[in-house]
Design a protein around this ligand. Structure first.
Ligand code: GDD
Ligand code: MN
Length: 819
């Protein structure tokens, strides 16, 4: 977290008078507020008192302070002081005298942000164009989501910019938005209103030292300079100014354009400067440089030939000829460069690439023409002079191509999915098709804690199949339905209808995409589109399990990312980062040490130290393969497994993650991949002959790690944090995870649920001994039993377990320690 102090010019006047905010209203206690509302004002005497009257009751419940940063020459400060007199929350005033108003509106906002004490900063205008109800609601939305910036947008959902003064301002505003978005196509890709004056930002995501206050567009700069910030939007209707006049002027317009081009220029220089670091990458770039040079040479021949033709037979002026020649050779170069050199790395669409390529060459043409003219005056021949100017700019042309136009720009990118929170808009649900029935064919009773009914079979939950659960009684219902609009759209979008507790994910391909829709309530209704319905694994891992987690918590259980077995009657839990070798270790413990299997990926744990089984089919990744014996599978299965395990291993997953950074229908791709090559999932006893346990009291926890062999005790508080982080990583795909914090289950909000989950885990861990076991040769499966035997003496083989009847009667699940 950075709380940089702005330069002395803004934070302090020469006499020091503005450095400390003046306290109006009720001063805050020792505890900082959760929200700081920053309001920039300039000559708003007619508006501030109404603003304060309306805003205070709305933001007070959010645990807020109000911070007014004032650059007025009228009596705004006095009016404010009067209005804030009996405000039940801190109202702070920072007045900047005339000589200290650096950065205008932006400077004021950033100065306010520097003084803010809340976790969230809400920025809004004082003239009531941002209706206080909307602003307060936006802050509330921001505070309950796991995102960094929430923007009030006039250009999406039910937003509108009615309130702008007159059609001229409306047109300017929408064209300016277009211009800005085309200059920063990637950084602003998922933002529809990058110039909004209404937004909230998480204070510790805001790096004030990156910001450079100029003019009106503070949000734009914030978005461009914080490429990794996670953004969501809330649609709103902009109102008309209450009183007084807008401070937007032609001069502000010019400042805006200057600011914009400076931002773009700085970013361009930054892009050109950040070349590849690794030697291999540098060599590759060198290779591309050579290839680019060769293409350039051929282009130079084309260029010279066209110029000759224009100049000699066609008798055109040589500058005009050079311009024509550039268009022809640019086309030639583009075809070659785009198809030969960057065929594999090109990301943006063909038109976007072409526009940038031509733009670059024409900007360079403008630089070349004066030089060409000068050379001609100096007596150099037209063709030769032209060639010299072309050659001189070669390196620049290459760098811009290689590092800007054809760069993936992987570092700190936002997710390409648009996130919109519709606050009062109601969702238009397509009428359910009569062809589809409502019957839930598959029912599951997950360890007697949560019931699920589904129209698609969920292989992960096979163990919990329970036809005796009545369809009407399920906690979570999964149905196949049409989700989303008919037509295609440019990006995938996650929309939340706050009022109806609906969350909808829609992909680019309209209804053909892998869409889903969740409606919270009892039951929780999940609708999946037909494509997604054909990939139950994707539905289960990305959607169902993430919800299951919180329903579990609301019922006093936790779905913990870990494996669990019993060895000689002792409950042993294993935890590891993905791809360490947890599954292989579990399999070997079962095969070589006669363990009972409870879970491999997720274990259900209770505060009393008992773990319940959750035997999902195991995913066999490439390195788990060594724990599987060929004779346990049919030859065909074994051959298929060789391919599957590679595709669905770490490499495969990181490819999927890499793809997720681009504007692609990622869930759809995922679903199709799984359709074509189903992930290698085998129930545990298909892989090793073994028995299953239903519950056990966990006594030992081993965190397995790769590294120099060794065993060390785990610090309990650290264990708690690690297990929580590890579990968080395992759930939901990003856009869903960001919005999920707004969920409410059984009247409990996300924060409460998280709190409760932590308590469950802490209580569970309090009776467990935790240790880290490191090994550099996958030796965990030998080391752990050896340790246990050493400490506990040669334990008798556990008695043959009582028969397992997967019926979760209260007394059975409640019988802690029963195996
Ligand atoms: N402290 C300070 N210093 N405040 C200022 C300054 C300044 O130099 N200039 C304007 N403000 C305050 C105004 O008092 C008001 O509260 C708020 O900033 C917005 O100013 P307006 O003059 O009402 O601007 P606008 O309505 O034309 O523009 C608004 O909408 C734009 C989108 O169309 C602003 O929110 C812009 O940021 C936004 O881009
Ligand atoms: Mn205004």
């Amino acid at each position: 977290m950075t709380r940089a102090v702005l330069g002395p010019a803004t934070s302090q006047t020469p006499d020091g008078s503005a450095a400390v905010p003046q306290d109006l209203g009720t001063p805050g206690g020792d505890r900082p507020p959760r929200l700081s509302v920053v309001v920039p004002t300039r000559d708003e005497a007619e508006n501030v008192s109404l603003l304060i009257d309306r805003l205070v009751p709305l933001v007070a419940p959010l645990d807020a302070e109000i911070l007014v940063v004032d650059d007025s020459d009228d009596d705004t400060p006095a009016v404010l002081a009067r209005a804030a007199l009996d405000a039940p929350l801190p109202v702070r005033l920072l007045h900047r005298p005339a000589h200290a108003r650096t950065g205008g509106l932006s400077g004021a906002v950033l100065l306010g942000a520097g003084h803010a004490r809340g976790d969230w900063i809400l920025v809004m205008d004082a003239d009531l164009q941002h209706p206080p109800t909307t602003a307060a609601m936006l802050a509330a939305v921001a505070m309950r989501h796991d995102v960094d910036v929430v923007i009030g947008t006039r250009y999406a959902g039910n937003g509108s910019r009615e309130g702008l003064d007159g059609p001229a301002r409306e047109v300017t505003s929408s064209w300016a938005t277009r211009l800005v978005k085309s200059l920063f196509p990637r950084r602003l890709a998922t933002v529809s209103d990058p110039m909004s004056g209404l937004f909230a930002v998480r204070r510790d995501a805001l790096r004030l030292d990156r910001m450079n206050p100029v003019g009106f567009k503070v949000l734009l700069e914030l978005l461009v300079r914080h490429p990794a910030a996670r953004v969501a939007e809330v649609a709103y209707e902009m109102a008309a100014r209450h009183a007084g006049q807008s401070k937007a002027s032609l001069r502000e317009g010019m400042t805006f354009l200057r600011h914009l081009f400076r931002l773009r220029g700085q970013r361009l220089i930054g892009q050109i400067r950040t070349g590849p670091r690794a030697l291999r990458e540098r060599l590759r770039e060198l290779g591309r440089l050579v290839a680019f040079g060769l293409v350039g040479l051929s282009g130079m021949v084309v260029n010279t030939a066209v110029l000759w033709f224009c100049y000699e037979p066609a008798q055109l002026h040589h500058l005009l000829g050079a311009a024509v020649a550039t268009q022809v050779s640019t086309s030639w170069n583009f075809l070659l460069v785009d198809n030969l050199i960057y065929r594999r790395t090109r990301r943006a669409g063909l038109p976007a690439r072409a526009v940038r390529f031509f733009l670059l060459n024409n900007v360079l043409l403008l630089l070349r023409l004066p030089v060409l003219q000068a050379l001609v005056w100096a007596g150099v021949g037209v063709l030769a002079a032209n060639a010299v100017t072309l050659g001189a700019l070669f390196l620049l042309r290459f760098l811009v191509n290689d590092r800007v136009i054809y760069t993936a720009d992987e570092r700190g990118r936002r997710d390409p999915v648009r996130m919109l929170v519709a606050v009062d808009g109601t969702e238009t649900v397509p009428t359910p098709s009569r062809r589809r029935y409502q019957y839930l064919k598959y029912r599951y009773d997950v360890a007697g804690v949560v019931t699920i009914g589904s129209q698609i079979r969920l292989p992960e939950l096979e163990f919990f199949r329970a036809q005796w659960v009545a369809g009407a009684d399920v906690d979570i219902a999964v149905r196949v339905a049409d989700v989303g609009g008919r037509g295609p759209q440019r990006r995938a979008a996650m929309t939340q209808y706050a009022e109806q507790s609906v969350l909808r994910y829609e992909e680019q391909l309209g209804r053909l995409g892998a869409n889903f829709r969740i409606q919270l309530g009892s039951p929780i209704d999940i609708h999946v589109g037909p494509l997604l319905a054909r990939s139950p694994h994707v539905v289960y891992t990305n959607v169902i399990e993430a919800l299951l987690r919180f329903v579990m918590v609301s019922r006093g259980h936790m779905l913990l990312h870990s494996a669990c077995v019993t060895l000689d009657g002792v409950g042993v839990m294993l935890s590891a980062l993905t791809d360490t070798g947890k599954t292989a270790t579990v399999l070997r413990l079962l095969r070589d040490h006669g363990g009972l299997f409870l879970s491999d990926d997720m274990t259900i744990v209770r505060p009393d130290g008992v773990a319940l089984c959750f035997p999902k089919p195991l995913t066999i990744s490439a390195h788990t393969l060594r724990a599987v014996q060929a004779q346990d599978l049919t030859p065909q299965e074994w051959r298929r497994l060789q391919i599957q395990s590679r595709l669905h291993s770490k490499g495969g997953r990181s490819l999927a993650l890499a793809l997720a950074r681009f504007n692609l229908p990622i869930m759809g791709i995922n679903a199709l991949t799984q359709l074509l090559v189903p992930p290698p999932k085998y129930s545990v006893d298909r892989l090793v002959p073994c028995r299953m346990g239903t519950s056990t009291r966990v006594e030992e926890l081993f965190v397995i790690e790769r590294g120099a062999p060794g065993i060390s005790d785990l610090d309990p508080t650290e264990t708690l944090e690690r297990m929580i982080d590890n579990t968080d990583d395992a759930y939901g795909f990003p856009p869903f995870r960001y919005l999920a914090p707004s969920i409410t289950i059984d009247g409990q909000g996300y924060t409460q649920l998280r709190e409760r989950e932590r308590e469950i885990l802490a209580a569970f861990l309090s009776t467990v001994r935790g240790r880290v076991v490191s090994s550099d040769c996958f030796g965990w499966a030998d080391e752990i039993p050896r340790l246990l035997r050493e400490e506990r003496g040669e334990l008798r083989r556990a008695a043959v377990p009582s028969p397992v009847w997967p019926r979760w009667d209260a007394h059975l699940a409640g019988a802690g320690g029963a195996v």
